[in-house]
Design a protein around this ligand. Sequence first.
Ligand SMILES: C[S@@+](CC[C@H](N)C(=O)[O-])C[C@H]1O[C@@H](n2cnc3c(N)ncnc32)[C@H](O)[C@@H]1O
Length: 206
Amino acid sequence: MGPYTERFLPWFMEKVLSLPVYREQRREILRLSSGRVLEIGFGFGGTLTEYPGAQVREVVALEPNPGMVRRARRTLALAPFPVRFVRGVAESMPFRPGVFDTVVSNWTLCSLDPLSDALREIRRVLVPGGRLLFLEHGLSEDPALARWQRLLTPVQRFLADGCRLDLDMEAVVRSGGFLIESIERYESRLPLRVLRQMYRGVARPA
Ligand SMILES: C[S@@+](CC[C@H](N)C(=O)[O-])C[C@H]1O[C@@H](n2cnc3c(N)ncnc32)[C@H](O)[C@@H]1O
């Protein structure tokens, strides 16, 4: 991992994803989390203050980028529950089956490859009846914008650590073996149109 990925991206992600427009969106989905929580693609720690402390017993923070983890460690004192960092990827997770009540993914599914492996792993580590909470950007319903997203995905993948712009997240989660309990598709107020389409949902293993 070079300095671009380990130093620049964590700094840049923290700057951007700390903006109120992102924080508000995270808060909406995280209020549904409870029990033992696994957050995949934990990043710089922007979610810690948004979890409902009274409902969450522990957060396990899965993150492959050591530069992100260094930043996230600074936020630990803000959490009213234990937080455990695990360095690893969602496509192959070092956890026993059936140990998490909630798995959270905020703007992370777009970077997983192959995504089907990661979704299978999420199903494996959830307790029976456990839930996946996701908040993801993805493919627009506007065909013209969707064409741009497909066109720009190779550039985005190169610049943003594998992130794709062209995934229909609802279809992706369903085809990964989940039943969608609720989903909202909406346009966020972000300046970059190709990143505006959001999918916020709750899913259970089928
Ligand atoms: C756009 S950032 C989102 C960070 C955080 N979830 C947030 O809301 O601020 C995506 C995160 O996914 C992580 N990531 C990339 N590939 C991953 C993988 N294969 N497994 C788990 N996390 C990954 C990145 O290092 C990065 O921290």
